[in-house]
Design a protein around this ligand. Sequence first.
Ligand SMILES: *[C@@H]1O[C@H](CO)[C@@H](O)[C@H](O)[C@H]1NC(C)=O
Ligand SMILES: *[C@@H]1O[C@H](CO)[C@@H](O)[C@H](O)[C@H]1NC(C)=O
Ligand SMILES: *[C@@H]1O[C@H](CO)[C@@H](O)[C@H](O)[C@H]1NC(C)=O
Length: 466
Amino acid sequence: MAVAVGDRAVVALLTLLLLFSVPASGYQERGTEREEAEKVRECGEDATGRGRFILGRTRRVVRTEAGQVRVVSGDRWKGHPSTMHIGFLRLEPNSLFLPQYVDANLVQFVREGEVEAGWIHKDELVQRKLKRGDINVIPAGSPFYIANTNSERSHMVCGIDTSQSLTYNSQQSFFIGGGTNPTSVLAGFDVNTLANAFNITSDQLRPMMRRQSGGPIVHFSGQQEEDLDPNNDDEEAATTWTRKNLLDYLFGRSGREKARSTESHHAPYAFNLYNNEPSFQNSYGWSTAIDEHDYSLLSSCGVGVYLVNLTAGSMMAPHFNPVATEYGVILSGSGSIEVVYPNGSTAMNAEVSEGDVFWIPRYHPFCQVASRGGPMEFFGFTTSSKRNHPQFLAGASSVLRSMSGPELATAFGVSEEQLGRLVKAQRESVILPASNNWDGGRETADERKKEKMVEELLVIKRGFLA
Ligand SMILES: *[C@@H]1O[C@H](CO)[C@@H](O)[C@H](O)[C@H]1NC(C)=O
Ligand SMILES: *[C@@H]1O[C@H](CO)[C@@H](O)[C@H](O)[C@H]1NC(C)=O
Ligand SMILES: *[C@@H]1O[C@H](CO)[C@@H](O)[C@H](O)[C@H]1NC(C)=O
């Protein structure tokens, strides 16, 4: 292993291990790890009661006093190659998500606050401060930790791509450092084998493998016992152990230098979604989509990332994704999402608001509409890192406009002039303004209900006629 991983990585690993020789008393002891058993749903079942493509059920994978991880499973449709889950990581101030590796690619997005991420990239430790809007990729199998070294809570949204996973459609953590909770993968080795491997006695080793009991996310602020720092003989200095020197401790001074030196090499930087020019912008909103051309790390996991901000009442023009399934999280505001089945019937027309998670299967036409009350911002992942080329079905850049001609006119059973009027009336593209004849408020909800009833009647009628 040492040969394959490289000396530096081994040093990093050892220092990580040393960190977890911290006495449990210094950490939260009431932390629990919970795995909530979830019944497998029927395929395509509308589990939320709100719409088939709203992912309602979140599973709490980790909860301690220092933070939590919730996961929304994307595997909802039998036979559908959906392998993406959406994770929500919350870290309280001064906390650490313990070093681990996961059998899935993680595409991280910092929604709030700041975190410090460290991971092994090409046998080197890379450390990055990630701020709001940053995108970072941790490839499957790459050891990493995430720390919140600030005084404010931080939130991350994570695309979990399980295409590399050992078990179909789920992901698993392998903790590097740990004790009784979580258990380090090292604990599975024979104690003599390990003692020999580390060149220490088994008596020295044993306590190290038992101390951590705070769960996968622990606090590291405040005063610690003096045996925390093996290099520190000075009792006074030992009592001033704080979060500030955690990282120095974790990686040692040489580790820090190493991290710095890798920065000047090819260590990947985070990509900030807010600091870059939007891919598309008009008076009604903007959207940014990044793929492997913008951020090469995305190619390693085959995931794309997007962020959209619609002004009040505006909509993404009806469109479909020819190469990817899309997952999204409403970051702020509210609105609605419509999805259409291949046979042209409504698959979903759901109201959404902050925190809702949705998914749109590949090829399915859909649109997002912001409520009149305010802007709606949503963010998400696509299951391809290639350029997505969404195909618009309305607006100035629509395929209807491109295909406008006798063939399409015939298809609709109208004259070319009539078709021309239909496809040319909208001057905007991609993000379209609110319509002027929209009434707003409850009336429309009632009207929609009526429309739905009429629609259902029509479906029934069609059934009778068939
Ligand atoms: C093990 O540690 C001892 C000192 O404690 C050292 O002399 C010896 O060279 C080490 N062995 C290896 C293989 O590193
Ligand atoms: C989204 O757009 C609204 C205006 O419509 C603006 O107030 C808000 O700051 C924007 N959000 C972001 C994250 O840019
Ligand atoms: C259209 O397809 C959906 C999903 O396959 C199905 O549930 C629905 O009944 C179909 N509608 C019509 C009118 O055929």
